[in-house]
Design a binder for this molecule. Structure first.
Ligand SMILES: Nc1ncnc2c1ncn2[C@@H]1O[C@H](COP(=O)(O)OP(=O)(O)OP(=O)(O)O)[C@@H](O)[C@H]1O
Ligand SMILES: [Mg+2]
Length: 183
C-alpha cells in the first residue's frame, strides 16, 4: 500500500454514488472505479439477469481483477453493495442515503418500474446497505451521509475531501470547486 488510501462509496441505486465519486475523482486525481461498468467492460459476470435487467456480478472475478489496483491505493470505488470486498481495501467507507420519495422520483425518471423500482425503494426503506456496511467495516471508518439535494452533495464532497486530507491519503487538490457537477 502506498500513502494513498482507497475510498468506498456505497448506497442504494440512485442515491448519487457515481455523481459524488466523479466529482471526488476529478478533485483528487484518484481513480474512479464504478464497479457496474468494470463488470460489464471486463466480463466479470455470470451472464445477464433478465428479470432485474443487470449483469450477475461474479464477486471472485471482481476482487481478483481489482486486487493489484487496490493494493496501490488512490481509488474511489462506487458500488451498490459492499459486503464482498476485502475489508482491508478501504480506509474510508461512505454510505449515501436518500429520502424515499426523492429516490422514487429519481429512479422513475431513470425509467425504473415494477419489481426493479419496488425492490430498490424497499432496499432504502429497510436500510439494507447501511446495515451491510456496518457488518462489513469498522464503525470508525464509516460515514453515513444524506444525499437528497445538490447542497447535500456539495457538503459530502467536503466531508470526503477532509477525510482524505486528514488521513494518510493526502495530496488532495481542492483548487477547482467551480468544476463541480450541478443538476
Ligand atoms: N445529492 C443529489 N441531489 C440531487 N440529485 C442527485 C444527487 N445525487 C445524485 N443525483 C441525481 O440522481 C441521479 C442518480 O445519481 P447517480 O447516477 O450518481 O446514482 P448512483 O447511486 O450511482 O446510482 P446506481 O447505483 O444506479 O449507479 C442522477 O440523475 C443524479 O444527477
Ligand atoms: Mg452509479
Amino acid at each position: 500500500m502506498t500513502d494513498k488510501g482507497n475510498v468506498l462509496i456505497t448506497g442504494t441505486p440512485g442515491t448519487g454514488k457515481t455523481s459524488l465519486a466523479s466529482i471526488l475523482a476529478e478533485q483528487t486525481g484518484y481513480s474512479h472505479i464504478e464497479i457496474g461498468r468494470f463488470v460489464k467492460d471486463h466480463n466479470l459476470h455470470d451472464g445477464w439477469d433478465a428479470d432485474l435487467e443487470c449483469y450477475i456480478l461474479n464477486e471472485d472475478k471482481v476482487c481478483d481483477f481489482l486486487e493489484e489496483r487496490m493494493s496501490k491505493g488512490g481509488n474511489i470505488v462506487d458500488h451498490h453493495g459492499c459486503d464482498f470486498f476485502p475489508e482491508r481495501w478501504f480506509d474510508h467507507v461512505v454510505v449515501l442515503q436518500t429520502e424515499n420519495g426523492i429516490l422514487y422520483n429519481r429512479l422513475e425518471q431513470r425509467g425504473y418500474k415494477g419489481r426493479k423500482l419496488q425492490e430498490n425503494i424497499e432496499c432504502e426503506i429497510m436500510h439494507v446497505i447501511v446495515e451491510e456496511a456496518r457488518e462489513s467495516y469498522k464503525e470508525e471508518i464509516l460515514k453515513v451521509l444524506k444525499s437528497d439535494t445538490v447542497e447535500d452533495q456539495d457538503a459530502n464532497v467536503d466531508v470526503v475531501l477532509s477525510l482524505l486530507g486528514s488521513s494518510k491519503a493526502g495530496n488532495v487538490n481542492r483548487s477547482s470547486p467551480e468544476k463541480r457537477q450541478r443538476f
